[in-house]
Design a protein around this ligand. Structure first.
Ligand SMILES: [Zn+2]
Ligand SMILES: [Zn+2]
Length: 163
């Protein structure tokens, strides 16, 4: 097996594992993981960066599943609600939750989005949210912040720049 196919194999296994986890989360929340939701999730989980709704639409069309944009958006809403995908507001794009393999703590995540390669990482941002809540409450304001996005340069891109 060449290096490339071994990597493909690992990537496929990762996607399969994400689908299994997503399916378990849907079951736990009593939401149906329909065939369409699964297909949309698979497209999102198989990219390393984030993808837009129309890109998902195009990819599914190439595989023979032609859908109306509204169907994609409905599936995306269900995936967002279940918490198995997140939306990057700055790009209006979606990515699979990077924490599906971890026990869920209810902590709010911070998304680290690479400006060069588009990779998205997810880290615990709870301290930041606590600070935002405190500052907002100080102004008698009820904040509604569930995620934070930070753009910058990922580890791989930074290493590439230095070599
Ligand atoms: Zn997540
Ligand atoms: Zn990068």
């Amino acid at each position: 097996m060449t290096a490339a196919t071994a990597e493909d194999q690992r990537a496929r296994e990762r996607v399969k594992l994400s689908i299994d986890r997503a399916s378990a989360i849907f079951a736990e929340k009593n939401i149906r993981f329909t065939d369409l939701r699964r297909k949309v999730f698979e497209e999102i989980a198989s990219t390393h960066a984030s993808v837009g709704a129309y890109e998902v639409l195009d990819r599914l069309a190439k595989k023979g599943t032609r859908l109306a944009p509204i169907s994609i958006y409905r599936a995306l809403d269900a995936l967002l609600e279940a918490g198995v995908v997140h939306r990057l507001e700055s790009k209006n794009a979606y990515f699979a939750c990077r924490q599906l393999h971890k026990p869920r703590t209810g902590k709010r995540p911070m998304f680290l989005s690479c400006e060069k390669c588009g990779a998205v990482q997810e880290v615990d941002g709870d301290e930041i949210f606590t600070a935002i809540d405190a500052a907002a409450h100080g102004a008698k304001f009820e904040p509604r912040v569930r995620f934070a996005e930070v753009s910058g340069t990922c580890h791989e891109c930074a290493a590439r720049r230095q070599s």
